[in-house]
Design a binder for this molecule. Structure first.
Ligand code: B12
Ligand code: SF4
Length: 480
């Protein structure tokens, strides 16, 4: 086999953690597919979903022998990224390394100072990475490549960003066959295989903890409904995928677009199951009903807090009455609700956190996802945490220690980027999150909702496999 031009790797946060449930990483897939279409030999290795160990990753890299190794990086991956880079450098790895992803959008050149790599990229990268790979392989000048971060004479130079792509229909359909990626499934999915999909990039809202704008900006760009349904058909026909999760920040943002999409989906005759993210103030009864009639099974709402003051502090733009009304409506229409909650935003106290838990217990939600607020660099919460002195170390993300993260929605460990709030320190926030998960899931209503109200053998089987690990984490026997 001839060597690859580039291998794009999504690293695990913890090496050797074993296979997890989850969906394909769209970042790496879009990049690899764009590069393939531009004539390069590109592949993707999702070491995150497989929870590979470093020697296993090394083995795959040696087999594929790419000229370029590309890592897709969220802030919590910095520790495993540094370990990987040191490892490959120690091995005398002769290829070059480039990194990109949300972390580099926030910190741009800074991280190059602590990582022994030559290249990184910030921002939307499909076109700029293709330009880079071409220049790299031909040994051409790189000064004009948008978004590139590199060293010139030992100094880090950040090239200016390129314009966002305005016609997202020009993106290729992310091609799963560029990885060993045929076995993705959601823990609460109805089918044996599922795919992530995105119809838009950008979000106009201002939630202070959110890092989405650093990659995509506030202006929303949207694919045409026909193009999205064509993509669904592509995954369906080529890989037998019948379940999709729309990862858009707010799938229901534009009511006209949603209508046009549903028209296309109806006309296509595709029989699929799907999930989406939405805001409680951007859904209506007729819309939810029609979405359900065309395969929607679960809506994930960003609820965040059960205290009006905290909702205001994070600029969420919703109130508790709307949350209660719309979650009840969604449930009444026979859809499942997944609620995203946070603990430890500015102003949070143990009392306000308890109000959030009370709200979660009151709502007819089937699933929740709760974690402590982490001040990702680039977000407003980061800036206010630095100003308010809530971060013990403003460069916490460069610290060589465990980055806590959620394990399938269950908080496993603390994170040095949590806010050290008066009267509510990070360890208590983590302990509270565990209690939150325990109180929500280990009660008859939730068991009924998950297993009996929407009965599925697949969900039952996955839950049984997942149960021992889940109990170990929520009962505090693993992680900390
Ligand atoms: C889907 C999603 C997930 C899924 C991932 C499933 C999967 N396999 O993809 C799940 C639920 C598992 C997840 C988990 C987490 N996520 Co998440 N997630 C998202 C979400 C909603 C969409 C990601 C996506 O698919 N984007 C679409 C693709 C096309 O964009 P992209 O990946 O950014 O890639 C583009 C560029 O970044 C760049 N790029 C990316 N990789 C590379 C690599 C190279 C070499 C180059 C040059 C460029 C480049 O080019 C790409 C194309 O333009 C984003 C928010 C958002 N709207 O982006 C948050 C987001 C990425 N997640 C975030 C976080 C914090 C997490 C968690 C840490 C949360 C937690 N506490 O547990 C975990 C980490 C899990 C892990 N093990 O890595 C943050 C990241 C913040 C940061 N600075 O790191 C985001 C931005 C949301 C937020 N909170 O603001 N997440
Ligand atoms: S949390 Fe959701 S609604 Fe708020 S800014 Fe981020 S993506 Fe937009």
């Amino acid at each position: 086999m001839s060597p690859l031009d580039i291998l794009i790797v999504h690293l695990p946060i913890d090496y050797g953690s074993g296979r997890a449930y989850g969906l394909p990483p769209l970042g790496g897939l879009y990049l690899a597919t764009t590069l393939r279409d531009a004539g390069f030999r590109a592949r993707i290795l999702d070491a995150s979903i497989k929870g590979l160990s470093l020697p296993e990753i090394e083995g795959r890299v040696k087999d594929l022998a790419p000229h370029l190794l590309a890592f897709s990086v969220l802030t919590p991956h910095l520790r495993s990224l540094k370990t990987a880079i040191d490892h490959f450098n120690t091995l005398g790895w002769r290829g070059r390394i480039i990194c990109g992803g949300p972390h580099f959008n926030d910190t741009q050149g800074e991280t190059l100072d602590v990582l022994d790599i030559d290249f990184a990229m910030h921002g939307e990268s499909e076109l700029s990475l293709a330009a880079f790979v071409s220049a790299f392989l031909r040994n051409e000048d790189m000064s004009g490549i948008p978004n590139l971060i590199r060293r010139v004479d030992g100094k880090v130079v950040v090239n200016p960003p390129g314009a966002f792509m305005d016609d997202l229909d020009k993106l290729p359909f992310p091609d799963l066959s560029l990885g060993e990626t045929q076995d993705y499934e959601m823990i609460h999915g109805r089918e044996s295989r599922a795919m992530s999909i995105m119809c838009s990039r950008g979000c106009p809202y201002l939630c202070t903890f959110c890092d989405v704008y650093s990659v995509w900006g506030r202006k929303v760009r949207t694919r045409s409904p026909r193009n999205v349904v064509d993509e669904m058909r592509f995954h369906h026909d080529r890989f037998g995928i019948r379940e999709f999760f729309f990862r858009d920040s707010v799938f229901t943002l534009n009511y006209k677009w949603v209508d046009a999409f549903l028209d296309e989906l109806e006309q296509s005759g595709l029989r699929v199951t799907w999930h989406c993210n939405a805001r409680v103030d951007r859904v209506t009864e007729p819309m939810l009903k029609r979405m359900k009639s065309l395969g929607l099974v679960c809506v994930s709402f960003g609820i965040e807090a059960g205290n009006e003051e905290i909702l205001k502090n994070v600029k969420k733009g919703i109130n508790i009455a709307t949350i209660e009304r719309m979650v009840a409506l969604t449930d009444r229409l026979g859809l499942q609700v997944n609620g995203y909650f946070m603990v430890g935003n500015p102003g949070e106290t143990p009392d306000s956190a308890r109000q959030t838990l009370d709200l979660a217990l009151r709502l007819p939600a089937t699933f929740i996802d709760v974690g402590p607020t982490v001040a990702y660099p680039g977000t407003e919460v980061y800036r206010s945490a630095v100003e308010g002195g809530y971060l013990d170390d403003r460069k916490w993300y460069l610290r060589d220690e465990s980055m806590g993260h959620a394990l399938a929605g269950v908080i496993r460990a603390g994170n040095p980027g949590q806010l050290n709030l008066p009267g509510f320190p990070p360890e208590e926030q983590v302990a509270f999150c565990r209690q939150f998960v325990r109180r929500f899931y280990l009660r008859p209503q939730t068991v009924y909702r998950i297993f009996f109200k929407h009965f599925s053998w697949r969900v039952m089987w996955r839950a049984l496999k997942f149960l021992p690990g889940f109990l170990r984490v929520v009962l505090g026997k693993a992680g900390l």
